[in-house]
Design a protein around this ligand. Sequence first.
Ligand code: 2AL
Length: 171
Amino acid sequence: MELTHFNDLPEAEAIEVVSVWARVPAWAEAVAGTRPFASVDELEATADRLARSWGRPELDAALAHHPRIGERPSGEGAEANASRHEQSAMSDAAASVTEQIAAGNAEYEARFGRVFLIRAAGRTPDEILAELQRRLENTADAEVDEALDQLRQIAMLRLHAAIDPDPSTGE
Ligand code: 2AL
């Protein structure tokens, strides 16, 4: 979608567009409420700045909409489509890697009480497994920070997939 189209959407529709990037209601309302944006850069800077105040409640809210790594998302909505695309490299994973990720997911959920979240786009299954094993050693507080950082990265990638680059800058 062009930025001008996003700028002109009715408020509720703009909030729904942003909610697909991360389902954090106050953040989606704040981003949509800051329109109009003069450039995609400005939209990204605003979305990123507002995302830096996320904490554990925002993580828990958004995580309800992220399928586990290795569990092919079902459904047809924009979020399921985005997750499928982000996790597409998992379909080429060796069986042993898939099994180790499933075991690591279970261990992570027992330890931290929520689903393991990672920006999967751009990572191989081996890299995802290595990150999962590394993050299992984190303290609870450090792990909240890492998970929030991943949630923000996923949101920014989805923003860029949804909004066309500015023709003048290509960004
Ligand atoms: C996901 C997802 O759905 N997309 C992504 O990048 N990571 N899920 C997850 N549990 O990390």
